[in-house]
Design a protein around this ligand. Structure first.
Ligand code: ADP
Ligand code: MG
Length: 725
């Protein structure tokens, strides 16, 4: 079985299956396994005082469905009411707490006019303003002649001071009614700050005392508080600086989460090591033939990666290796030679790709190489039906096929191999962990090579693929022309269209990408449709359109026509297949480039510059650009190194905002921000490795505490790996 904990994000906001999102059937066995001491934290938020079913929906939206989710919802701001100026000292714009005497009530002259209350202290006057006020309520709260402590935001109006809708009005004898410091939590429409604050405070109160899972020496060195104190500190900031991700409390909570992540991965890795794989090693003859069948010599990076792969395959334990390489770095040739190493050792190879079109493209590349050395290949996709399908399956089961390239269709139950020894997943971030699992089950001891086309920042690699060995293709094949990358203001659309026309006249092809407008598929569609209509008026039926709303077959048909050169311009939303290779495409226009993430822009740009001809990437933007957008587009102009750009992307946006992180299947952290807690991640990784080497079953006292930690961060799946789970 192939286990990876990389892609937990796909299972929903709150993590793994066992967290039982409302509406989803909870897994009874897992729920039973959760230790009792954590029950109250995994109760629904409705179990908190003041959170009824209606509010629960909102609280859930803001934080998550369980009490524990509120613990991780750390405040983003702080309201400080400690400033107590006299009215003479008070300044508009600030939040102040005033000691006032109520002078007079002036009800609004009409329904639309505000109710005003005049109040004073020995140094001046202020008007308290209430819209849609209830007179009887105000008379009771602010009786004329009484002293009141009033807190809220000051404004200036017609030369005087006013305070619209004070946040608090308290009796001077009961100052405890007014909190002087209030954490501010991320909210959602309809959820008031007060309700959220109360709910979180109740959740924090409910947090049980838990045994320490951190290494005592490490914790002492860091001067971090214990878990419960850390929670209390994180939720009760006393100064703006307490909101930093680098306070001892926040660091501790972040470390806890990173440790849970790394420990889960380390357990997976340890368990895999403990199980038998098979040593695949041949005499090298086929590989030698393969090398001479390739139309180019390998780059140093390809060579180095292959050495690592061959080494893993020849070892008795299962290979689970990640091959990271930028678009165009030559992963296919690496996959080809790895496949030969397996075939040479007498087993079959499956190359999994996310789409039908990629399956066919891979086969177009591989078929001649394979034919040259007598390797039998086949393609298997959802399109194969009836007798053709049966025949293909027979050949596969009978061992007549050495290398099969296929899509999800290979996961189907009736697909059987004669002896599957190597699974290569050309992932492009499309396969879910479940699908990888399903395929791996067909070859329980099969080696696995996962290829990703998106360079990932080092820290993210650790969190998502920390259970795998990693090879990187950092060098590109020689002779690649750099892509001339330019930013162009949307106002110069005419120039861009001219450039497209020139490319078409030269017989070259053009991608025109329209953005995904957030939360509006409809607008998306219109923008791509409008653009293609516009371009059609100029270039006629050489313009094709592909978008996310089309059926897969229609989309494929359009891509095929572009592939075949029937279309000169392909207008598309981001559905352009990640691995699509049309060397004749020399121009890519990305409209509203400011809306795309850096990694995504880099991916898109990788569609061109694949042939001999000079290529251009035109980043069409709508000004004015924000600082981050500017930095992003600049980085892209300066570099084509995907690894560099990935680190830049992380730095510019912070992991919390990593656009598309969810789709890419990276773990979403609740308390940790890997953009700032990178060092803690490295420490957690070392810590986890040490724990697993000393106490693989988590049986010691600290081990027991670590189990709680795994449950706390909903890594119940990792606990299942422990024999005495
Ligand atoms: P990836 O899958 O990593 O995006 P490909 O495997 O499709 O990249 O390779 C991109 C292009 O580079 C292909 O046209 C391929 O033939 C070519 N290529 C791969 N390796 C080499 C090499 N060592 N020397 C020259 N060209 C290469
Ligand atoms: Mg590829």
């Amino acid at each position: 079985m192939f286990e990876s904990y990389g892609q937990v994000a796909e299972k929903g906001k709150s993590g793994v299956q066992s967290s039982a999102l409302p509406g989803a059937a909870p897994s009874a066995t897992l729920a039973l396994m959760r230790p009792e001491i954590l029950f109250s934290l995994f109760a629904p938020v409705t179990s908190l005082p003041g959170v009824g079913p209606k509010l629960a929906t909102l609280v859930e939206k803001a934080a998550g469905p369980h009490v524990v989710d509120l613990l991780w919802a750390t405040p983003a701001g702080l309201i400080d009411r400690r400033k107590r100026p006299t009215l003479a000292e008070a300044a508009p714009g600030e939040i102040a707490t005033l000691d006032l005497t109520v002078d007079a009530h002036h009800p609004g002259a009409s329904r639309t006019k505000p109710y005003r209350v005049i109040a004073s202290d020995p140094t001046g006057f202020i008007t308290l303003i209430f819209f849609h006020a209830r007179a009887d309520y105000l008379k009771k709260t602010l009786p004329e002649g009484a002293r009141r402590i009033v807190s809220g935001k000051l404004e200036s109006y017609a030369g005087g001071l006013q305070m619209p809708h004070p946040d608090y009005i308290a009796d001077p004898d009961k100052p405890e009614d007014m909190p002087l410091l209030e954490p501010v939590y991320p909210l959602t429409a309809g959820l008031t700050a007060k309700v959220m604050r109360k709910a979180v405070a109740a959740a924090v109160d409910r947090a049980p005392e838990l045994p320490e899972w951190q290494d005592p020496a490490y914790r002492a060195r860091q001067a971090w508080p214990d878990w419960k104190t850390a929670l209390a500190n994180a939720h009760n900031p006393e100064a703006q600086s307490d909101l930093s991700a680098m306070t001892p409390a926040r660091q501790r909570l972040a470390y806890d989460e990173l440790l849970a992540n790394q420990l889960a991965l380390a357990l997976v890795r340890a368990r895999r090591k403990a199980r038998p794989g098979r040593a695949l090693s041949g005499d090298g003859a086929l590989r030698a033939k393969g090398l001479s069948a390739l139309p180019f010599p390998l780059t140093g990076a390809q060579d180095a990666a292959l050495k690592e792969i061959y080494g893993d395959m020849a070892a008795a334990s299962r290979m689970v290796r990640l091959l990271q390489g930028d678009v165009g770095s030559g992963k296919t040739a690496v996959a080809f030679l790895a496949a030969l190493a397996a075939i040479e050792a007498g087993v079959q190879v499956a190359l999994m790709v996310p789409t039908e079109i990629l399956a066919r493209q891979h086969m177009e590349t591989l078929a001649p190489w394979c034919a040259a050395i007598g390797i039998s290949t086949d393609v298997f996709t959802g399109r194969d039906k009836g007798p053709v399908r049966t025949e293909k399956l027979d050949r596969l089961a009978g061992g007549a096929v050495n290398l099969i390239v296929g899509t999800h269709a290979l996961f189907q139950d009736d697909v059987a191999f004669s002896d599957l020894g190597l699974v290569i997943v050309d992932e492009q971030h499309r396969f879910g962990v479940h699908q990888r699992l399903a395929l791996a089950e067909k070859g329980a001891r099969a080696d696995m090579l996962v290829m990703t086309a998106t360079p990932i920042p080092r820290t993210l690699t650790l969190t998502a693929y920390g259970d795998m060995e990693v090879s990187k293709l950092t060098e590109k094949p020689p002779g690649r022309q750099p892509v001339d990358t330019r930013t162009v203001a949307l106002g110069r659309l005419g120039d861009v269209v001219d450039a497209v026309g020139r490319a078409i006249r030269k017989g070259e092809q053009v991608y025109w990408v329209c953005p995904l407008v957030e939360e509006s598929d409809v607008m998306d569609l219109t923008s791509a449709e409008d653009r293609s209509a516009h371009l059609k008026t100029m270039f006629g039926d050489k313009v094709g359109l592909a978008h996310g709303r089309m059926s897969a077959a229609d989309k494929d048909a359009v891509m095929e026509r572009f592939n075949a050169g029937d279309l000169s311009v392909l207008v598309a939303t981001t559905v352009i297949e990640v691995g699509v290779n049309v060397p004749n495409a020399t121009v890519i226009v990305i409209e509203h480039a400011e809306r795309f993430g850096l990694a995504q822009l880099h991916q898109l740009r990788g569609r061109v510059g694949r042939g001999e001809k000079k290529s251009v990437c035109l980043l069409l933007y709508k000004g004015p650009l924000g600082e981050t957008a500017k930095a992003r587009l600049n980085a892209l102009r300066q570099s084509e190194d995907g690894f560099f750009l990935a680190e830049e992307d992380l730095r510019l946006r912070g992991s919390g905002e990593l656009l598309g992180a969810q789709q890419s299947g990276f773990p979403i952290f609740k308390t940790a921000d890997i953009a700032v807690h990178g060092e803690l991640l490295a420490a957690a990784r070392d810590d986890a490795a040490l724990i697993v080497s000393r106490d693989a079953e988590l049986k010691t006292e600290r081990g027991a505490a670590l189990r709680l930690l795994l449950y706390l961060f909903e890594r119940d799946d990792a606990i299942k790996l422990l024999r005495s789970g």
